[in-house]
Design a protein around this ligand. Sequence first.
Ligand code: ADP
Ligand code: ZN
Ligand code: ZN
Length: 761
Amino acid sequence: MAEFAHVIIDISHEKVDRPFTYRIPEPLREQVHAGCLVDVPFGKGNRVRSGYVVDLSDQAGYDPSKIKEIAGIHAGSVSAESQLIQVAWWMKERYGSTMNQALKTVLPVKQQIRQVSRRFLRCLLSPEELEEEIQKAVKKGYKARERLLRAMVHTPVLPYDMAVSQLNLSPASIRPLAERGVIAIDTQFTYRNPADGFLAGEKGKEPSIRLNDQQQAAVSQICSEYDAGIRKTYLIHGITGSGKTEIYMELIDHVRSLGKQVILLIPEISLTYQTVMRFCRRFGGQVSFINSRLSAGEKYDQFERARKGEIQIMIGPRSALFTPFKQLGLIIIDEEHEGAYKSELTPRYHARETAQYRAALSQASVVLGSATPSVESYSRAVSGLYGYFRITRRAKANSVLPQIQVVDMRRELKEGNRSVFSRILQQRIQETLKRQEQVMLFLNRRGYSQFLSCRSCGEAIKCPHCDVTLTLHQNQRLVCHYCGYQIPRPGACPVCQSPYLAPFGTGTEKIEAMVRETFPSARVLRMDLDTTSKKGSHDGILAAFGAHEADILIGTQMIVKGHDFPAVTLVGILAADLSLYAPDYRCGERTFQLLTQAAGRAGRDARAGEVMIQTYSPDHYCIQAAAAQDYDGFYEKEMAYRRLLGYPPASALMTLTVSSQEEAMAEKAMGVIHRWMKDATARESASSLQLIGPVNAPIYKLNDIYRKILYMKCKNCAIISGEDCGEMSPYRILIQVRKWLEERWKTVGADGTVALLFDFP
Ligand code: ADP
Ligand code: ZN
Ligand code: ZN
């Protein structure tokens, strides 16, 4: 039991570095924990103030005789802060960070709240007049104007900024409408809610939908268990378009009607205009959104509104999990399998696990949704740990699953076709264009050519800062996709001066050029990191494609997630193998998920859809299972593989990374850690811990930093996860390794550039 508590009076992001240390009186030692609100004597006059315990320790850090004692535990209800500090404490222990890092992750940055003026576009026409105006715009070919007017059919008041960025409008296309009295531009002073203002009066506009029996079964069971006081995690496994979002909205309604609040996590990339509007129409001003483009101040404002009870529903990516709701009742995680739910910054928390911890603290349930659940979640559902619902049908009447065909590219090559398009795909594209329907082509690599290599000496041109080749772009520049380094395309080989440099491999830019050449009459759009770097361009491209302003959309995995494009009847997956052989035990799962999602883009409407999967490995189980839309078949083979090799969820795995700008230093430090870990595993308590490595990271040098990895595998997950055997938990290992290294550093002469990262893959 810890003797000292570190207390912060007036908890905020800015104060976490400066806690005050207090002694915990003997009788209180069992009750005081991180997050506790305690009363303490403060300042010269020892006035009693309350503060939060953020950390505990056995040592005072300075003269113990000068330390004051905690006066008592503050009575009253548990606040949102208290819970979040507890969450931070748990994150620190589980993911191996300092308490400071964990607290800074859960607390928003405070900024002076100032009033901001915002502009709104308001429609002044009757529905009939509006329809007339739309037809006028169509006739004159004013695409931007048409998009705005069509948006106003559902939403007569739109925030100006949102309309400009997400509908891809220019002020020049808006002004004439205002001058002619079609719309008004209003200015209001509001809180900085990205969706504020146009919500009032919008509630209830969403046409009410009757849930089908599969949807209703999930809603009924979750709600009745909720009413019976049961709190647990559920997995809703429903194909794309099966109406999961409708289920979420019903659940949100139910929990909200009980006076509780809801957090809905969605991957950032799915937080599109359409999604935002759908929730606004249903829940009006009760909902708010955050995304990574909001400034710290804007985010803080939204969290403040949640704390004050002005909103009941928060929608956003990973960090929305830390919304300070007082009566959190439900956390929903859509697309729960997404990699983006795992933080890449320390503490490297996973939102799914952290949501479950927070839910347990606040008596909330967790609902996970996915068309392709992560192997981890599905295995928990299979074992009965999670409630489980399977939705097998698409929700919209007439909408059926597409036909999927695997095209063997080895045969194409053998039969003399060297194009990246198989003959059958070319033919289908022609036919689809002729029917005036739309095509999506998916290739998970941007740029023009994958790399440039020398025909004389065979060298590929590499990034000087990373262990990867530079990608050739259409603008004749070579770009590193990992660190951003660029150079103009060289005229000669930098190694042997030979002028014969040839591009190899295909990226989306090259596909675009080839599509334009092969189908000259088709209108083409491309969506990848290069075409979406500008704010709003992502939504702009989707909006233009949705309005059928193009026939073919080419893109990286960005186009895989997203919405209904009713006129898309053909999806071509150009190189299904690209993600199949990555150095990561999850690459099979990723490939299956990506292919299934890409296939789900076809035939979202009444028209039947077709999907072509081009591959050099037509017999691989992930490709076979994706083509057959057979999740169970995939899961069975994947689990067999994970069991065989001892990968999660069959075993727990922890990755310890040492990185340093000096290669020799990374090597030395890793050697030291490896020896230390070997000694540690010799002990009885950790004898089931298996060490693998150390090895170089898959990309050894990245941004001029060398990275070495030591894997720790263990059949008993509790040992690594720190639930058992505290001695070997990530936090303890981190502390001990650091201490150990600090002592050795003096002898090896280190410069302190070594970083340690713990990671549950
Ligand atoms: P998911 O989230 O599983 O991809 P959505 O909830 O977005 O699915 O639903 C897909 C489409 O089907 C949406 O346009 C939605 O409005 C519609 N939809 C959902 N449930 C029903 C239903 N019960 N009846 C008719 N249409 C539905
Ligand atoms: Zn050369
Ligand atoms: Zn680089």
